[in-house]
Design a protein around this ligand. Structure first.
Ligand SMILES: [Zn+2]
Ligand SMILES: [Zn+2]
Length: 136
């Protein structure tokens, strides 16, 4: 695990620095994550919002979770990279897209969320907890 990391979008217009250890790490196999990023699943590290410093302006898209909370997805207006997401259920906990982190070799997902929607070809580690839904 790390206690700080940084990253940037594809074009570099949006950059971030996190000064705290991630609270949680997970993969999400839901349709919204697939569609927003174009990959067959998305990987996130969840950090305290106050520890994350973002430079560069993001555009946002809001949508509802199955539980009725609002997700705000922040993405780069120039290159379209998904950068991070906020959930009204846990306003101080932001989910940063692992693919943008400079060196994410430490990434170790603790959960596979929406595992029931996983594509059959996506490998899944049986030692990692699988959840059929997100609890928020
Ligand atoms: Zn960009
Ligand atoms: Zn998802």
């Amino acid at each position: 695990m790390v206690d700080q990391f940084s990253g940037h979008c594809l074009c570099g217009a949006v950059q971030f620095d996190c000064s705290a250890e991630p609270m949680f790490q997970a993969n999400c196999h839901c349709d919204d994550c697939r569609r927003s990023g174009g990959g067959v699943y998305a990987s996130f590290v969840f950090v305290d919002a106050s520890a994350l410093e973002i430079s560069g302006k993001t555009h946002t898209h809001q949508h509802l979770t199955d539980a009725g909370n609002t997700i705000t997805k922040h993405f780069c207006p120039s290159c379209g990279s998904q950068v991070y997401a906020e959930n009204t259920k846990t306003p101080n906990r932001w989910g940063v897209r692992v693919g943008l982190i400079e060196d994410a070799t430490w990434f170790e997902p603790k959960a596979n969320v929406y595992a029931s929607r996983r594509l059959p070809s996506t490998p899944i580690d049986p030692k990692v907890n699988a959840f059929d839904k997100m609890r928020g």
